[in-house]
Design a protein around this ligand. Structure first.
Ligand code: ZN
Length: 310
């Protein structure tokens, strides 16, 4: 058994058909961690969809109404870059519920995984880049409302800058946003995070890990969080179709280990969401995500951490 929970729901598959975002990857990660006995069935818990009240702590009523009642304009659909369907809407509500549950699990067990989510390009009033609803912003707001945490650090290592996250928490001293991403890539423009690390095309393992180490040190110098939300995108991988960095699968595993070592050192709980990953071979994306679970298991074995509110 794992010393923490994996949150997963069949509805995470948005059933997009032929699409570069292969949302069936979430099910494939679940299948792989079970097949390789990284996790047991009892380690996996299903979320409830977030409530509309939860969603409305981040998103505008206008956007939520449009999404719920299929009233998106042609340009709004185009910006989203995924087809609209009821399965898609339900998938995003489930992803937000999943990130709430993962964050609560992290406070209890030290780690909590959403085997989905990480939709960091959603803004309060619109969706873009495959992201309709900002699941982990919803989770942060829900936990703050419950009084479970106040100060949260977002560590976003997806290859694309976390523009929605930056916009949502722009003037919020309680949420520090760190984004490490490829500079010459979507999104454009990039609203400023509290700390942005703009990486050159083709950045490889060693340079990446050094810059991540420095960025984490700076974030912890400037901010004293109670919870980390780690957005573990698989798309800095050199075989990614939507990325231009040059990380190896091993380098990505070292990235995860570095993040978990830094947080464990400080006794901080970590909630994880998966975000992007568009490798030519979907199996590579799935392997990279499963490795993040293994890295957390290894970090947890070194020293069990528990949150401030068990
Ligand atoms: Zn991405």
């Amino acid at each position: 058994m794992l010393p923490f929970k994996l949150v997963y729901h069949e509805g995470y598959d948005l059933r997009l058909g032929e699409h570069v975002f292969r949302s069936q990857k979430f099910r494939m990660v679940r299948d792989l961690v079970l097949a390789e006995h990284i996790a047991e069935p009892a380690d996996i818990v299903a979320p409830e969809p977030a409530t509309n009240d939860d969603i409305l702590r981040v998103h505008t009523r206008e956007w939520v109404d449009k999404v719920l009642h299929d009233k998106l304009s042609a340009s709004e659909r185009m910006r989203l870059e995924i087809p609209y369907s009821e399965a898609v809407v339900r998938g995003f509500w489930l992803a937000a519920g999943g990130s709430i549950l993962a964050a609560r699990s992290a406070l209890k067990d030290g780690f909590g995984f959403n085997i989905g989510g990480g939709f960091h390009h959603a803004f309060p009033g619109h969706g873009e880049g495959f992201c309709m609803i900002h699941d982990f912003a919803v989770a942060i707001r829900r936990l703050q409302t419950d009084g479970a945490v106040r100060k949260v650090l977002v560590v976003d290592t997806d290859v694309h800058q976390g523009n929605g996250t930056a916009a949502i928490f722009a003037n919020d001293a309680d949420v520090f946003t760190l984004s490490l991403h490829q500079e010459n890539n979507y999104p454009e423009p990039k609203p400023p995070s509290d700390l942005d690390v703009n990486l050159a095309d083709g950045t490889g393992d060693d340079e990446y890990l050094e810059l991540l180490d420095k960025a984490l040190a700076e974030a912890f110098r400037r901010f004293d969080p109670e919870l980390i939300f780690y957005i573990a995108g698989a798309d800095p991988y050199r075989e990614d179709q939507l990325g231009g960095l040059w990380l190896s699968i091993r380098g990505l595993q070292q990235r995860d280990a570095l993040v978990f070592a830094e947080t464990r050192l400080r006794g901080l709980p970590v909630a994880v969401a998966f975000a992007g990953g568009y490798a030519r071979k979907v199996e590579d994306t799935v392997r990279i995500h499963a490795n993040t679970v293994i890295a957390a298991r290894e970090a947890a074995a070194t020293a069990r951490v528990t949150g401030a509110n068990p």
